[in-house]
Design a protein around this ligand. Structure first.
Ligand code: TXA
Ligand code: MG
Length: 324
């Protein structure tokens, strides 16, 4: 049975109330610069379990630990390689999650049974203050029902969890809008498991070594490096189709012009009454996919022009949505 709540909206002056909820066994949503998170204290197994239940998250999908100061890493990870400190120096606080060997004190539920833990220091001041006031790291997945687009505003969180979680810390929409880069530095060669705003090239420059991008097969078939990546993600109810040139898109539109569609596109296209048009951008993608659900369009079309194609993180999410 899921708990039922009158979900409270808290502003940045009410972080203390959010801390009280976390300390008394409740899940709280909080803003980060990437997407909103659904948080639990890392050493509270019962609250962590509530995250899995309320999201409908498969139990083999590990959570990311959010820290507010670098010292906290010693409470949750062991055998920390020198590369971690180089990455932390360059990119913390910010949109990077680093996979490290897990400290035995961290409940296995948090890491979904893995001997490793993802560590990230968010840049958002509300997230940092929440972790600081709680006095321990917060594990948090993105604040969306499993399989739905991540939440980039508190309204998205309410759409998915109103009445199901104790509170949401409200803030303006997430500035980045796509989840953090996930990099594993456990093996010999660092591997990017999930692309994000911080690129493999940037990581490579800091570590002064080659950084590999995990292949599709590694992520989607065994041995599974990053369990979460194999699940259907970021998908609206309508099917998503990608186009790589305007002419290809225009030809497609002519085929069934009456079909109700949402087009995500940064170029000028002929308007029609059956076509809703919105810009395509990293920080607008998830809101647009959720909007597609609200409109109940039959299809979402996205024009991936040259500049979009260069954005590896955005293309990764678009491809995943289109494979739904
Ligand atoms: O930007 C973000 O990272 C957001 C905000 C809230 O911080 N969080 C987020 O969490 O995106 P989530 O749970 O939606 O995605 C976590 C991803 C999943 O693909 C998961 O498999 C991977 O990180 N991951 C977490 N711990 C891991 C581990 N120990 N080994 C490999 N992959 C891991
Ligand atoms: Mg997620």
């Amino acid at each position: 049975m899921l708990d039922s709540y009158h979900t409270e909206l808290l502003d940045a002056t009410e972080i203390g109330s959010a801390v009280d909820y976390l300390k008394t066994g409740h899940v709280v949503s909080f803003p980060t610069e990437t997407v909103y998170g659904l948080g639990a204290p890392i050493f509270s197994e019962a609250v962590i379990k509530k995250i899995f239940d309320v999201k409908g998250r498969p139990s083999d999908n590990p959570l990311i630990a959010h820290i507010s100061n670098i010292e906290q890493v010693h409470d949750i990870a062991i055998d920390i390689p020198e590369d971690f400190y180089l990455l932390a120096e360059a990119f913390f606080p910010g949109p990077l999650t680093v996979i490290l060997p897990k400290h035995p004190n961290v409940p296995l539920l948090a890491s979904a049974g893995l001997p490793t833990i993802g560590v990230r220091m968010p840049e958002h001041p509300v997230a940092l203050e929440l972790i600081k006031q709680l006095g321990e790291p917060i594990v948090a997945p993105s604040a969306n029902i499993s399989g739905r687009p991540s939440s980039t505003s508190y309204q998205h969180v309410l759409d998915d969890f109103q009445g199901r979680i104790a509170a949401v810390l409200i803030s303006p929409p997430s500035s980045i809008g796509l989840e953090s880069t996930v990099v594993s530095i456990i093996g010999e060669e660092p591997v990017v498991l999930r692309p994000g705003k911080i690129t493999a090239e940037e990581i490579s420059l800091v570590l002064k070594k080659k950084v590999r991008l995990a292949s599709y097969d590694e992520v989607h078939q065994g041995p599974i490096l990053s369990p979460g990546m194999k699940y259907r993600h970021y998908a609206p109810k309508a099917s998503v189709r990608l186009f790589f040139s305007l002419s290809e898109l225009e030809r497609y539109l002519q085929k069934e012009p009456a079909l109700y569609r949402l087009l995500l596109c940064n170029e000028k296209v002929a308007e029609s009454s059956s076509l809703e048009i919105a810009p395509l951008s990293s920080n607008g993608l998830y809101a647009a996919l959720r909007h597609a659900d609200d409109l109940a369009v039959a299809e979402v079309l996205a024009l991936c022009d040259r500049s979009i194609q260069k954005q590896h993180d955005l293309m990764n999410r678009l491809l995943k949505a289109s494979q739904g």
